[in-house]
Design a protein around this ligand. Structure first.
Ligand code: HEM
Length: 421
């Protein structure tokens, strides 16, 4: 064996011939558990019979998120991929073509656009409160899906007719719920996604043919976006990118639920948020994003050979970057399991340590363009939970099962006795 091959195997390796079943049973904890056990930021394993290197921690993130070192093409199981991003989307592009498409996404989420989104979200929330109050109890996860679906469709310029809201909400919620699943939960996501794609494509075509009254805004921007060569996106791709604005925004319903769980478990935070200044609200939202599980890891394939920590990564090698474990790394975060927004009074965040939305640069890499929108939505939701209504949480199972991806409490967070304030 030459030195090069020795280098390639210098990192810890899982003994099991294949670790897929362990990944399914450990979920978010799969990579951090093994990094801890091996005392290493990386290890080799096999998943779905393919060799993979799993990476965790800030230093690993600074390599994985070094611009376009890893492509997202062929880096996730196709059943998951099609629910998150799909073919032709910004996520499967690299280099200059990617930068061009990504600039379109980033142009949609400037400060004014975020403020407008927050206002729409608060408006739909306040309209929903009397409906919640008329019922004995409501499931917050379902209601948040609905409120966000209405708000984001308004925001992109495609407001929903009242009889459309249930169908669109169910489709987006199923796509989000199906991403980490194998079997019926995943198939349901695909089935409903096909319906949403037809809907999105029809809206794009209406805008392009002048039959739509959609105001200037994100839907119109996507429909009229031209690639670097000046061509319109084909209808399917434009529909996919429109869904790429809508679906992940609706996914934020889980963060709304996590915020409600925090307020339930730490009532002093409800009190604090009522009186809070802007900085305190931002710290609260950062800490929800750091502490609570969302996207467990991101897959990538090496574009150009490089070495790191004694391992030679070759073109085409498959890697998984651990987002959840990096946000809980005890080497980086003091008492990582404690919910403590005040940690951000003294600690500053850098592009590679709080990576719920990916790391590095959004303009020049694959970091999520919707991070600011998530932060805005969380700040607004926490404020609304603390100020717009009174409610209680009856006894229920709020456990977060880390094997269920994307995580949510089993009960969906039941609120009882909602009263408008
Ligand atoms: C629920 C909250 C969200 C979470 C946890 C989240 C997380 C992520 C992560 C981890 C990535 C991949 C980073 C990578 O490839 O390394 C990503 C990419 C992406 N996200 Fe989000 N996201 C969220 C909300 C949003 C929102 C609100 C939007 C749109 C407004 C959005 C649009 C996208 C797009 C288009 C990409 C692909 C970016 C690229 O490849 O350059 N996400 N997101």
């Amino acid at each position: 064996m030459n030195g090069h091959r020795r280098n390639r195997s210098a990192i810890p390796r899982e003994r099991a011939p294949d670790s897929t079943l362990s990944l399914l049973s450990e979920g978010y904890a799969f990579i951090p558990n093994r990094c801890r056990r091996h005392g290493s930021e990386l290890f080799a394993a096999r998943l779905m019979l393919s060799p993979v290197v799993c990476l965790s921690g800030r230093e690993a993130a600074s390599r994985f998120y070094d611009h376009y070192r890893f492509t997202r093409r062929h880096a996730l199981p196709p059943t998951t991929f099609a629910l998150i991003q799909d073919h032709g989307s910004v996520m499967v592009m690299d280099g200059e073509a990617h930068r061009h498409r990504k600039a379109m996404f980033l142009s949609l989420v400037g400060e004014d656009a975020l403020r407008r989104f927050a206002d729409l979200f608060a408006e739909h929330w306040r309209r929903a409160v009397p409906r919640w109050a008329a019922r004995e109890s409501v499931v917050l996860l379902d209601e948040a899906h609905r409120v966000i679906t209405q708000a984001v469709c308004d925001w992109v310029g495609l407001p929903l007719a009242p009889d459309e809201v249930d169908a669109r909400t169910a489709e987006f919620a199923a796509m989000v719920d199906g991403t980490g699943a194998i079997g019926p939960r995943n198939w349901r996501g695909h089935l409903l996604r096909a319906r949403t794609e037809r809907w999105a494509r029809a809206r794009i075509e209406e805008i392009r043919s002048g039959r739509s009254d959609a105001p200037p805004g994100p839907a119109r921007t996507v429909a009229t976006h031209r690639d670097a060569e000046g061509r319109l996106l084909d209808g399917k791709t434009a529909g996919v990118e429109l869904i790429n604005l809508l679906r992940p925004t609706v996914a934020n319903a889980r963060y709304v639920v996590f915020a409600a769980m925090v307020l339930h478990e730490n009532p002093h935070w409800a009190e604090a948020l009522r009186a809070a200044d802007e900085d305190t609200r931002q710290r609260f939202a950062w800490e929800v994003r750091r502490a609570y599980p969302f996207i467990p890891f991101i897959g990538g394939r090496v574009r150009e050979p490089f070495e790191w920590r004694g391992h030679a990564f070759e073109t085409g090698d498959w890697a998984l970057m651990d987002l959840y474990g990096t946000n809980h790394d005890p080497g980086r975060w003091h008492a990582p399991e404690r919910f403590d927004p005040d940690r951000f009074r003294t600690e500053t965040i850098d592009p590679f340590d709080l990576i719920s939305h990916g790391g590095g640069s959004a303009t020049d890499g694959h970091r999520c363009p919707g991070e600011g929108l998530t932060q805005t939505l969380l700040v607004t939701a926490a404020h609304l939970l603390a100020t717009s209504m009174l409610y209680e949480l009856p006894p229920q199972d709020l456990t977060l099962d880390l094997a269920y991806i994307p995580a949510r409490p089993r009960s969906g967070c039941v609120l009882r006795g909602v009263r408008a304030v």
